[in-house]
Design a protein around this ligand. Sequence first.
Ligand SMILES: Nc1nc2c(c(=O)[nH]1)N[C@H]1C(S)=C(S)[C@@H](COP(=O)(O)OP(=O)(O)OC[C@H]3O[C@@H](n4cnc5c(N)ncnc54)[C@H](O)[C@@H]3O)O[C@H]1N2
Ligand code: MOO
Ligand code: MG
Length: 397
Amino acid sequence: MKLISVQTATEQILACQFPTQSELLSLENAYGKILAEDLHADRDFPPFDRVSMDGIAIRYEDFKNGNTAFAIQEIQAAGDPQKTLTIPKGCLEVMTGAVLPLNTDTVIRYEDLEIINGFAEIKAEVTAAQNIHFKGMDKKAGERLIQAGKKINASHIAVAATLGKQSLKVIKAPKVALISSGDELVTIDKEPLPHQIRMSNMYAIAALLRKQGIPSTHIHIADNKVQTAEAIKKALSEYDILILSGGISMGKKDYIPEALEKNKVTKLFHKIAQKPGKPMWFGKTDKNLVFALPGNPVSTFLCTVRYVLPWFNQYFGQPAFTSQTAILTEDIRFRPQLTYFLQVKISYNESKVFATPVQHNGSGDFLSLSDADGFIELPESDEVLFPKGGSFPIHLF
Ligand SMILES: Nc1nc2c(c(=O)[nH]1)N[C@H]1C(S)=C(S)[C@@H](COP(=O)(O)OP(=O)(O)OC[C@H]3O[C@@H](n4cnc5c(N)ncnc54)[C@H](O)[C@@H]3O)O[C@H]1N2
Ligand code: MOO
Ligand SMILES: [Mg+2]
């Protein structure tokens, strides 16, 4: 059977559009999500002429006319309603964050004056209108402050807070089921028997998804044909996206592809010209997408990074891939006609990114993955040698 290329597999996955939904989340929970509404200024920013230094506020005209000692009328503190300067050649002591008093137009810092017997004596040069953050100077009421589609970071949270938004409309993640299969797998709270291992793939996928703010639920299926078909039927009805790991190759108990097709999941492809992860299966129904990833832990991991996360990026309105590349630090020889996902460690030198291959024992050796920062993508070609110094796309974990 002809394997499809990494490029074609990517195109087929990204062509599967999914209607986006939104939800309201409290401000605290909106961090890291994608904003689904524009945020507008509810008032001018700043909302009043704001004193920006602790000191005194005067009428500049008085200073220009030669007055250097200003009688202190009272204090205008931050949080006080606006006061009015009434005494001639007088001033108010003003604090950072206070409203500029009426009849004043210039603020002089305490460092530039001396207070003697109720008079502020000015000791420095003064420029008209200094040390005032004028009303509406940053943004006018009604102006758009943040556009829908932004990934909400800490500074966006601060803006939302100042607008009085206690909740934000964000793009809602689809419901995701992570489905493991295999009678050799035990839960991580168990002591495995000699022929068993603890399940780890779902933890890896869940963590990769969590980085994008996507929650997921774990379901385990035993290696049983009937139970596999039933569990998949249930998952298809309860979840939008199914991410399966294992049971898709040629083993006598690899029941997943058959169970998917029995449940009317249309296969878009099975097997990609890549290493690792060759047996990957992908399909859809009217309302589901199904990523069935090869069970070998490195394959599951790299296929999640290379195919599943880009689909979610696109769903959230973000670029599917970054355009990052890295420079190989060693010659790599590789059998042609397959794209090779090579685990690497990253280093930086003079603003260049270098990728050094991480030694490993194939796609069952996921312990070596913890030494890697990502993988580079050596394209399918007739070449056997990828020489040191070549630049390749990199996918960081
Ligand atoms: N005759 C052939 N055999 C295999 C081929 C092939 O082309 N012809 N492909 C190999 C490749 S490549 C891969 S990758 C695997 C894919 O196998 P499956 O998707 O069927 O996965 P399983 O058989 O269920 O498991 C494979 C391996 O991974 C371990 N595993 C599975 N799930 C988990 C989990 N949740 N946590 C930790 N480890 C897991 C499982 O124990 C197996 O060791 O097939 C090759 N064989
Ligand atoms: O795809 Mo398999 O991952 O080469 O072991
Ligand atoms: Mg198998």
